[in-house]
Design a protein around this ligand. Structure first.
Ligand SMILES: [Zn+2]
Length: 103
């Protein structure tokens, strides 16, 4: 499942990379649509960065899956619920700890 996620992310990243190419200062598209293009590009850039971070995490998670530590909270060592791992396979902390750490 993580492998499928990684493939999906790699596709997302290449798609986003295509959409975040520098915008040419082409007057033909007009000032307003150029502003739109810049806004869209910056949103795509944010999504691209998030996708890259996630890809790195997933890639690091993959070899750990078969180990005993996988699915264990790095903070309190309790088991991370399976549902959470399905949703966020790269989870390092249980819900309680990740909320605590995010504060
Ligand atoms: Zn915990």
């Amino acid at each position: 499942m993580i492998e499928a996620d990684i493939i999906q992310l790699q596709e997302d990243i290449s798609g986003l990379e295509a959409m975040t190419q520098p915008i040419s200062p082409d007057n033909a598209i007009g000032r307003l649509s150029r502003m739109d293009a810049i806004n869209t590009r910056s949103a795509n850039q944010t999504a691209l960065n998030a996708a890259r971070v996630r890809l790195v995490k997933l890639t690091k998670t993959l070899p750990k899956i078969d180990s005993a530590e996988y699915g264990e909270c790095d903070e309190c060592l309790s088991e991370i619920p399976f549902a959470r791992l399905m949703l966020v396979p790269e989870s390092e902390y249980c819900v309680t700890c990740s909320e605590k750490l995010a504060e």
